[in-house]
Design a protein around this ligand. Structure first.
Ligand code: PRP
Ligand code: GLN
Ligand code: SF4
Ligand code: MG
Length: 492
């Protein structure tokens, strides 16, 4: 059964631009908010029971915050792969019957936010390759900085792509490898990849987990009795009752099969660049990355922000949900009382119209509502985790003022986002980043804040206490990209 898996034929060229580049440009133009990350999940049940897909389904529900465009599960029943994927949320992609049909002792799953190739069914993951070396299913979180270059080379050498995904490049490299063994072919292919990739893969009898040498995106290993699980975030283990074992290390390849678990390092690189934005915004507050709980890091960022700021105010109000943890920390440190002054509409659906600035404004209006009785006549410290375009801040400050606030001081628990990301976060194009073309005073004026404060980069990094000392990627704040500059080509 390969339901919902009809790969449509793509136009291969237009104006000398690859379909992937054209699509990426279009989807960036359409992007209506800071998009998050993909989520990957994998499970190997040594007991041979066939409920791997069901556990994957719950795992993907826990990872839903990382991607809401499409979802998919590929199950493996004694070497036979069954894939089901579709557009939308996990809950709407899978009916009870679909999960029942996905029998197997192994499975991998994916929730997607597109970074390379647009949001459409042909680009939904996991992807499958059938090569002479055997079948391989792949699910990817991250973005290949040299994806376009590799694709061009592969296409000029006769590879025919079924999607516009960067991830498919990996599949073609595996298929073309001189290595007969599929795990060896995969591991060899990794040396050609630049950028971010946390991968979960499955052969007929192995589950494989791989993290790029820089460790841009998280990936963890968990265990439930005899069942091994891997997931983008540890919150996916909690939901199925599995225990967190450890993070997959940057540059590590882990292979799980009936004989147990084997691990090796495939890279000699020792500098890591874990995305600091995982702690600021992407990851779920109950996840633990490199030994640091995400909620506690956010709270500490709020505390640190209060130490760095000098402001007189009556209440601390978070922009929900992303600003809540930092606001709790800020209130505790400053002694200014915390107040839930803005309500978030949990049931806000998608708007199916082109997201012009007017539509973005409308979405914020629909999503966030100030509570007049809390806000009126107050001097408010408003806390959010980040400003990207400034849409949220401008909208919400205007409405807090309409609700009668005396003053609004906006405090952001990260530094100004001045540079684009090439590793899987769609922080829009540089020209759209409000902090790339305005000073802090100018931003305050544009968004209507009485004052605007950002957490310092040193303060942000101090707030994250990982178990072992790690290097972070901070490029969207300081422009210090942990990759050769030739890969940093910005979309027009
Ligand atoms: O300056 P902007 O372009 O408005 O982007 C910044 C906002 O986007 C994110 O929230 P988002 O609404 O995406 O999601 P959330 O509800 O999970 O916080 C982030 O937490 C900021 O609130
Ligand atoms: N957000 C992600 O991690 C995306 C993974 C992959 N590059 C895609 O576009 O599907
Ligand atoms: S540029 Fe920013 S969002 Fe992208 S990986 Fe680096 S820290 Fe994360
Ligand atoms: Mg937010």
């Amino acid at each position: 059964m390969r339901k919902n898996c009809n790969f449509s034929k793509q136009n291969s060229n237009y104006n000398n631009q690859s379909p992937a580049a054209l699509e990426k440009k279009q989807s960036k133009l359409l992007a209506d908010k800071m998009t998050e990350e993909c989520g990957v999940f994998g499970i190997f049940n040594a007991n041979g029971e066939s409920s791997a897909a069901e556990l994957s389904y719950y795992g993907l529900i826990a990872l839903q915050h990382r991607g809401q465009e499409s979802a998919g599960i590929c199950a493996n029943y004694q070497g036979e792969f069954n894939l089901h994927k579709g557009m939308g949320l996990v809950e709407s992609v899978f009916e009870k019957e679909d999960i029942k049909n996905l029998k197997g002792e192994m499975a991998i799953g994916h929730v997607r936010y597109s970074t390379s190739g647009s949001s459409k069914l042909a680009n939904a993951q996991p992807i499958l390759i059938n090569s002479m070396k055997g079948d391989l299913a792949l699910a990817h979180n991250g973005n290949l900085a040299n994806g376009a270059e590799l694709r061009n080379n592969l296409e000029s050498n006769g590879s025919i792509f079924h999607s516009t995904l960067d991830t498919e490049v990996i599949a073609h490299l595996v298929a073309r490898s001189f290595e007969d063994n599929i795990v060896e072919a995969l591991s060899q292919s990794l040396h050609q990849l630049k950028g971010a990739f946390s991968l979960v893969a499955m052969t007929k009898d192995q589950l494989i987990a791989i993290r790029d040498p820089s460790g841009f995106r998280p990936l963890s290993l968990g265990k439930l009795n005899n069942i091994y699980v891997v997931a983008s975030e540890s919150c996916a283990f909690d939901i199925i009752g599995a225990e967190f074992v450890r993070d997959i290390e940057p540059g590590e390849i882990v292979v799980i099969d009936q004989t147990g678990i084997k691990s090796r390092s495939y890279s000699s690189q020792n500098k890591t660049s874990l995305c600091v934005f995982e702690y600021i915004y992407f990851a779920r507050p109950d996840s633990k990355i490199a030994g640091q709980n995400v909620l506690l890091a956010r709270k500490e960022m709020g505390k640190q922000l209060a130490r760095e700021m000098d402001v007189e105010a009556d209440i601390v109000v978070p922009v929900p949900d992303s600003g809540i943890a930092a606001a709790l920390g800020f209130a505790a440190e400053s002694g200014i009382p915390y107040a839930q002054g803005i309500l978030r509409n949990r049931y806000m659906g998608r708007t199916f119209i082109q997201p012009t600035q007017a539509i973005r404004d409308l979405k914020v209006r629909l999503k966030l509502s100030p509570i007049k009785e809390i806000i009126k006549d107050q001097r408010v410290v408003l806390i959010d985790d980040s400003i990207v375009r400034g849409t949220t801040s401008k909208q919400i400050i205007g409405r807090i003022k309409e609700a009668g606030a005396k003053e609004v001081h906006l405090a952001i628990s990260s530094p100004p986002v001045e540079h684009p990301c090439y590793f899987g976060l769609d922080t829009s194009r540089r020209q759209e980043l409000i902090a790339s073309r305005n000073s802090i005073a100018e931003i305050a004026k544009i968004i209507g804040a009485d004052s605007l404060h950002y957490l310092s980069q040193a303060g942000m990094l101090k707030s994250i206490q990982t178990e072992v000392k790690l290097g972070f990627c901070t490029a969207c704040f300081d422009g210090d990209y942990p990759i050769e500059s030739r890969y940093l080509t910005e979309e027009e």
